[in-house]
Design a protein around this ligand. Sequence first.
Ligand code: MLT
Length: 257
Amino acid sequence: MRLSFDEQGTGPAVVLLHGFPLDRSMWSSQLGILSNHHRVIAPDLRGHGQSPTPPGPYPMEDLADDVIETLDAAGVEPPYVVGGLSMGGYVALAMAERHPDRLRGLMLLNTRAGADQPEAAANRQAKAAALEQEGSTESLTAMVELLIPETTRNSRPELVDHVVAMIRQTSAVGAAGALRGMAMRPDRLDVLRRLAVPLVVIAGASDAIVPEPEARAMAEAAHHADFIVIPEAGHLTPMEAPGATNTAIRSFLDRLT
Ligand code: MLT
């Protein structure tokens, strides 16, 4: 499936995959800076933003194949660096497993390689069913409290507004498809053990969704990995701490060229 995407700059390609239930606009503070030396492509994953929203579930493998199809159609030559935040990281890991030869480097932000515990998977299925019944993602806006720490919610209301707007724009069908797909995903720590390209893992010190040890485990599994904790950031490091996140991403990209 072909996806909608933003694209900026020329040079080695960098692909940025957003989290759930957000869209490509979460990378707006990265596109300009990174495009000074790179061709940056940020798609809306299936069921999110302006991309098509077929009925779910959306296995991470299908989301990964959508990205590949979209890059091929746009003439983006592999190998590329793929970066994903949270659900985007699950998709990036599926790309690394299915298409390792297409990767030049991997950036995993605020994400994990482990599968859901049975209770977490059951909660996702229940939430998907509830969203389908509600016919809207309004109830998902409460996630803002998990996505953004309280201090930042108080000091940066515009950030909260942006996140809420992204959530509201995601349809119930799209969000339910992604929830069911995330519930199905396998453990991919082995993908990192086999990873042949450099990896950077970026975590938020106050991430309420992915605790630091889970992020650290990914860096420890790989042979060539950097592990960077962004202080005073929660789950959305690129939005909450764009300066520190961009520095971490740029120094990783600089080392690859
Ligand atoms: C995300 O930010 O993409 C989600 O929180 C991921 C998840 O629910 O596991």
